[in-house]
Write a protein that binds this ligand. Sequence first.
Ligand SMILES: [Zn+2]
Length: 126
Amino acid sequence: MKLLNERAQVKLAIKNWLGIYGAEYTYPEDNRGIKVGAELMALDPETATARDVADIIGESFWAHEKPCSECGTRTWNIIKFEEMEGPMDDSTIIFICRDCLVKALRLIEGDSYGETQILPSSTRDQ
Ligand SMILES: [Zn+2]
């Protein structure tokens, strides 16, 4: 499992973009003449925001709030779970938000605040 908050995604976006296109790549589509790789390398990955990355690359695809696979909420507070059984194409990836992780813990621990507890606490453990 991997935390995919804004900081982690900014670092991944810079690394992945440079890994694919390199430092000298210039966008041909809009003739901006921006050396995207060089501009990404000039960012401080410890302080840069997803907005900074999107402004340089020209799209927010590389670092953005991901939707929780359980409840659909888009958030930076999200954990990526990846099942890697068999060939890569068959891997299953899900994203779970903090709230759903808390609900899952309550389910496991039988917390009376959990939404889907089957038995009332007075009859549990009997
Ligand atoms: Zn959720």
